[in-house]
Write a protein that binds this ligand. Structure first.
Ligand SMILES: O=C(CO)[C@@H](O)[C@H](O)COP(=O)(O)O
Ligand SMILES: [Fe+2]
Length: 210
């Protein structure tokens, strides 16, 4: 299982140093973009992220928790992210996924804990990533919702049955114990924010999860 530390819990006054402190063991850098409308919190936008590629070779994994992602895909395409993930509860899902694809970026689709997997089904054949939220989106440091692993198991089943190409990512409340459950359910990439950034030895924490 790959690990994508979320920089949401990093100290933004020394972001470069913070990224250097985890990049040795990180498979992706997970970037949580929040608009204060789709979720009750505001984080950062493409301008803040635009220099990341100059300071790290770790591939970027962008998670857009915004209501109208179509208006911002051009800006986020400019940061050179490997994946851009939008939410199925956002506006203009199909058009936005097509736009992400037109930039040669891998398309991700996420769902909130209360959203049924049925909502994803029309899009699964065209996705490179499905992101299962294991907390209510908006904040780091929440507890893992173990019932969301049923969605992971169903996504594995659907992928096998229809030969889909997506990887399965899980996001929220990942730590040493919950990562094991995620791996057993079939997760390919686990996002870990507070567990990594609050650890004394961050690379050791990531190695521990792996
Ligand atoms: O997308 C989100 C929250 O909305 C996540 O990526 C969190 O930032 C993960 O933080 P932890 O739950 O691991 O602290
Ligand atoms: Fe996230």
């Amino acid at each position: 299982m790959k690990i994508a530390p979320s920089i949401l819990t990093a100290d933004f006054l020394k972001l470069e140093e913070e990224i250097k402190s985890i990049e040795q063991e990180s498979d992706y850098l997970h970037l949580d973009v929040m608009d204060g409308h789709f979720v009750p919190n505001i984080s950062f936008g493409s301008h803040v992220l635009s220099g990341l590629k100059r300071i790290t070779n770790v591939p970027l994994d962008t998670h857009l928790m915004i209501s109208n992602p179509i208006d911002y895909i051009k800006d986020f395409a400019g940061i050179n992210s490997s994946f851009i993930t939008i939410h199925v509860e956002a506006n203009k899902v199909k058009e936005t996924l097509d736009l992400i694809h037109s930039y040669g970026i891998k398309r991700g689709l996420s769902l909130k804990p209360k959203t049924s997997i049925e909502e994803l089904k029309p899009y699964l054949s065209e996705l490179e990533l499905v992101l299962v939220m294991s907390v209510e989106p908006g904040f780091g440091g929440q507890s893992f919702m173990v019932d969301q692993l049923d969605k992971v198991r169903e996504l594995v089943r659907l992928r096998d049955e229809h030969h889909y190409n997506y990887v399965i990512e899980i996001d929220g409340g990942i730590n040493f114990n919950t990562a094991k459950l995620a791996k057993e359910a079939g997760v390919d990439i686990a996002v870990a924010g507070s567990y990594v950034f609050n650890a004394k030895d961050r690379n050791e924490a990531i190695r521990g999860i792996k």
